[in-house]
Design a protein around this ligand. Structure first.
Ligand code: AMP
Length: 214
């Protein structure tokens, strides 16, 4: 069974690696960031509440994210496994998750932390762009489109996430260090934590992760 948590700083590649894992293992990716962005797009009350935290790079209050994850984990498609990407991000979230999994009779199998040095994070994030239509990811230096700022597939003008600015990234990194990094210790105690070197080619990093999941 593959019940997985992916940990790592913003820009460590959690989203890209989660995409590779769901393809291989055919399990759903539960990304709280994606769910919150979707809620904002739909204009729900929760989305509106989350918006100002997200844009400034702060964490959304625990009770908001915990609520959405609880509902999502209870869905049928999580019965054969899931990958949590961007959750938990605080110790209270991790403790609540333990309780939710116990209630649902689900055992956590792997906690994988993707480790990337700080100095690589800011250029990785601030250069990120994506196609608003097909969501294809790009980077201004590392993954350029054929013509500048235009999607190779749909010719749409690329966009930048509102929290991928240098100012918001600094706040996100601080939140990560203060609130999320202590989770490594939390999961080390349960013997589930594995740390993967997140520097290198995306496929190489996937191979490191698959070796753990195999
Ligand atoms: P991400 O896409 O994972 O980088 O998340 C983008 C933003 O959504 C974060 O900077 C937070 O504002 C919010 N967010 C996502 N997941 C969580 C979480 N587990 N706890 C609190 N805030 C979150």
């Amino acid at each position: 069974m593959a019940n997985i948590i992916l940990l790592g700083a913003p820009g460590s590649g959690k989203g890209s690696q989660a995409a590779a894992i769901i393809k291989e293992f055919r399990i759903p990716q539960i990304s709280t960031g994606d769910m919150l962005r979707e809620a904002r797009k739909m204009g729900t009350e929760m989305g509106m509440l989350a918006a100002h935290y997200m844009d400034s790079g702060e964490l959304v209050p625990d009770e908001v994210v915990i609520g959405i994850v609880k509902e999502r984990l209870a869905m049928d498609d999580c019965k054969n496994g899931f990958i949590l990407d961007g959750f938990p991000r605080t110790i209270p979230q991790a403790q609540t998750l333990d309780g939710v999994l116990r209630e649902l009779g689900i055992e956590l199998n792997h906690v994988i932390e993707i480790d990337v040095p700080d100095e690589l994070i800011i250029p990785r994030i601030t250069g990120r762009r994506s196609c608003p239509s097909c969501k294809r990811p790009y980077h201004v230096a590392f993954l350029k489109p054929r013509s500048e700022n235009v999607c190779d597939d749909c010719s749409e003008t690329l966009v930048q996430r509102s929290d991928d600015t240098e100012e918001a990234v600094n706040v996100r990194l601080e939140a990560y260090k203060m609130k999320t990094a202590p989770l490594a210790e939390y999961y080390k105690k349960s013997g589930k934590l594995r740390v993967v070197d997140g520097v290198g080619d995306m496929k190489e990093i996937s191979a490191r992760i698959f070796a753990i999941l195999a």
